[in-house]
Design a protein around this ligand. Structure first.
Ligand SMILES: [Fe+2]
Ligand SMILES: [Fe+2]
Ligand SMILES: [Fe+2]
Length: 428
């Protein structure tokens, strides 16, 4: 019987959770396309405001992580644009529910799910909500307040006003008591008075702020399952970009696990292959929806944007200490044995067995699933294409032979699982 992927034995990885969260937040930043680092700026403004309020270290740590991840329910570049270009958008509730559902499935930060859930709810509704305790309400509302500060900053900048700091402050002050808790607005006004507060939101400063955030109580990964859960959440976020990528990353991970086991890799290795499969398309978060969903062949520019996703995956994962090898395998899923793939144009000599497995699993899953421009293919068609790609020197012959010897099992592993998708209603 096949072992469920969540019951894999230890991957043997030693990863700092705080570093993993900060790096993976970079992937969320990609969703902003031209408006990146939103999560970081929110974390910076929220924690500085909370310091004025005298919050203790544990609460600051929670606020910092909730701020970084507050928009993890947004995979779509269109939704992200709406959220930053409108002050109060009726559709904003959905990403709060999705983000909260993600966080609930990650033990080290599950207690922050309610904070994410209410981060677009007006204070006059939130403060009277018996479901929400006072601390959660305040933390959520603080994130909402600085989130809107960042949205206004983007709006004024788009209109050519680079220093609309006082206008932003006036606007937010005018919403005190209605949108935001008066005590939070007061603290925000105190700490955002000088222009240094705003200038510190520039890309390099804010990256430094997040990297050096002094956190005496960082969340810790207690066992291997936490890391897999975190990887699975990011796979959900990537797959939620489009109905056509629904469960793609998870299908690739399942199939790669199956192939790695058939290949006789040790279980710790198999477990790492699963993480690489789950995260291989992380960089796709930066691909605008209209390119990902295009049913026409991509032009030169769109193809260049699409192609950079595997490099972005590599770059982000490589920064997590302990995950360098996984970054290599995941980042090479579009490389070929004859060296005409991307982004490195590596050849057979540089592609590990694990990378070759991920590459085959990626092509297999993509062919088996419906795409905007064609229906999903039957097993025989999938195999014929894999064999053609092997003959052309693109895919590894031994891995393709493993697929051929286990076609039914591979197809079953790769296909989306009914009822195993997004309980909160599919892609945006
Ligand atoms: Fe936001
Ligand atoms: Fe890809
Ligand atoms: Fe993929």
């Amino acid at each position: 019987m096949e072992v469920p992927v969540s019951d894999l034995s230890s991957s043997g990885l030693r990863v700092d959770l705080r570093e993993a969260i900060c790096c993976l937040t970079e992937a969320l930043n990609l969703v902003g396309v031209d408006e990146r680092q939103h999560g970081e700026r929110v974390a910076c403004m929220a924690t500085e405001t909370a310091r004025v309020l005298g919050w203790d270290a544990a609460r600051l740590s929670d606020l910092f992580h909730a701020s970084l991840l507050h928009d993890c329910g947004v995979s779509s570049t269109r939704v992200h644009t709406k959220l930053v270009s409108e002050l109060d958008w009726a559709g904003s509730e959905r990403h709060c529910k999705i983000g909260a559902a993600y966080l609930r499935s990650f033990r080290p930060l599950a207690h922050l799910a309610p904070v994410i859930r209410w981060h677009h709810t007006h204070w006059d509704a939130l403060s009277g909500n018996a479901e929400v305790d006072a601390d959660t309400a305040r933390m959520s509302n603080l994130i909402y307040l600085v989130d809107r500060a960042d949205a206004l900053l983007a709006q004024y900048r788009a209109g050519g006003d680079q220093a609309a700091f006082d206008r932003i402050r006036d606007k937010l002050a005018g919403l005190s008591g209605r949108f935001f808790a008066p005590e939070l607005v007061e603290a925000f006004m105190a700490c955002s008075r000088g222009e240094a507060f705003w200038l510190a939101l520039d890309p390099l400063d804010v990256a430094e702020y997040v990297a050096h955030f002094d956190n005496p109580e960082p969340p810790r990964i207690e066992d291997d399952r936490d890391l897999h859960d975190l990887a699975r959440i990011f796979a959900h976020i990537v797959d939620a970009k489009s109905p056509y990528t629904y469960e793609h990353s998870r299908g690739v991970a399942r199939l790669a696990v199956r192939l790695a086991r058939r290949d006789g890799l040790p279980e710790a290795r198999v477990s790492q292959v699963e993480i690489a499969g789950l995260l291989h398309d992380l960089g796709k978060l930066g691909v605008p929806d209209e390119i990902l969903e295009s049913s026409a062949p991509l032009d030169h520019d769109s193809r260049a944007i699409m192609h950079r996703h595997s490099y972005d995956t590599f770059r982000i994962l490589h920064r997590i200490h302990g995950m360098e090898e996984i970054a290599d395998w995941a980042g090479c899923h579009h490389e070929t044995l004859i060296g005409d793939g991307y982004p490195f144009q590596y050849g057979a000599g540089q592609l590990s067995r694990e990378a070759r497995i991920i590459a085959v699993a990626d092509v297999f899953q993509a062919l088996a699933q419906d795409r905007p421009y064609r229906k999903g293919m039957a097993p025989a068609e999938v195999l014929a294409i894999l064999e053609r790609m092997r003959d052309d020197g693109k895919l590894d012959g031994e891995v393709v032979a493993m697929v051929a010897g286990d076609m039914e099992g591979c197809y079953e592993a790769a296909m989306p699982k009914e009822g195993n998708g997004l309980p909160w209603g599919g892609a945006e």
